[in-house]
Design a binder for this molecule. Structure first.
Ligand SMILES: [Zn+2]
Ligand SMILES: [Zn+2]
Length: 340
């Protein structure tokens, strides 16, 4: 029955349908989609979860702006980093310095690029090859980066090396560096800002809380297979290694709360939503840019492709960003039938 499209459409037409699948995940998903729910109970459950955990999760996506005001962070931007095999300098695996472009660049050619020298975020033309950083005044090519195809060139010593082989030789999953964030200003505008000490400290706090959190996540080895060999080659050996510490912590807080929903039917529904949220909240997700749904989820490519510039979304979600449990407010799983 796959993900149940045919079953749901059949049921919508008033016919009886029988589905079978050997995949327990789709069985669970289709069971949730075909169950009948009390809309009021769903909303009450959502509000109870929000009351109990939203503030704690949101506290990990806050930042102080230059003028001293507090802002919500919608996204943190990360880049994979590998040490140069020749001189050991850390090399950011940027293929381009442009972190955000519009989905229709012909219509909206303005883009944002990160300065390779000082990390400042600059407004550039999407096709610019020569930009001047407004912070450090140095010039750089926004459309170039150390990574090109399967290899990278070290900016410190000019040595070129193969990316996958160099990461494999470290014996560890790839390391990441947080380099920018998208914040929501008080007037409702969004702005790209560089990472500050406060952002680093907040992330360190999440790492610390995760270490103390009991049974935060399942530790399950990734089995070799057609779809997993590529990530095994990047030393991802456990599924939880596909998430960063803050994602694991916030997902654990959410999962703990969903686990204690008393009604089994509602508990399953929220577990189903949680499963969907996992696809968008991991270090394989990437930024689609502006003027479109912002986050490309990890299965967009139908392969597990290690993402060089992953995006970390605010895990509670925000009305102005990609949403997680906010789905409950306006909609429901595909085909779910709501009893009003
Ligand atoms: Zn080097
Ligand atoms: Zn600069």
């Amino acid at each position: 029955m796959g993900s149940g499209t045919t079953l749901v459409e059949t049921v919508k037409l008033g016919a009886n349908a029988i589905g079978r699948d050997i995949n327990p995940v789709v069985h669970f998903l289709v069971k949730c989609a075909l169950s009948v729910y009390d809309r009021k109970a769903i909303l009450e459950t959502y509000r109870a979860i929000e009351r109990d955990v939203a503030d704690e999760i949101r506290s990990y996506y806050r930042a102080t702006l230059a003028d001293g005001t507090q802002a919500d962070v919608l996204y943190f931007f990360w880049v994979k980093v590998v040490d140069c095999p020749a001189c050991a300098a850390p090399v950011d695996l940027f293929g381009s310095r442009i972190l955000a472009r519009h989905a229709y660049p012909k219509k909206v050619p303005q883009a944002h690029a990160v300065c390779p020298r000082c990390g400042g975020i600059n407004k550039v033309h999407v096709e610019d090859r020569d930009a001047r950083c407004s912070s450090c005044k140095k010039t750089f090519d926004p459309n170039a980066g150390p990574a090109k195809g399967q290899s990278a060139t070290c900016p410190s010593c000019n040595h070129s090396f193969p990316i996958a082989k160099t990461i494999r030789a470290t014996g560890k999953p790839p390391a990441h560096r947080m380099y920018a964030k998208l914040v929501l200003l008080q007037d409702g505008r969004k702005a790209y800002h560089p990472i500050t000490d406060e952002d680093q400290n907040l992330y360190a706090k999440a790492e610390h809380s995760l270490a103390k959190h009991k049974n935060a996540y399942p530790v399950v080895a990734i089995e070799p297979g057609y779809n997993t060999n590529q990530v095994l080659g990047y030393n991802y050996c456990y599924w939880h290694e596909m998430f960063n510490a803050r994602q694991l912590l916030c997902l654990a807080i959410l999962a703990d709360r969903i686990r204690i929903i008393p009604d089994p039917l509602l508990r399953d529904l929220f577990t189903c939503l949680f499963s969907g949220a996992l696809e968008f909240n991991n270090m394989f997700a990437s930024y689609k840019g502006e003027g479109t749904g912002a986050v490309r989820h990890m299965f967009a490519h139908h392969i597990l492709k290690p993402e060089r510039v992953p995006i970390e979304a605010n895990l509670w979600g925000h009305p102005r960003a990609r949403i997680v449990l906010h789905h409950v407010r306006g909609s429901h799983p595909p085909g779910a039938r709501l009893r009003r």
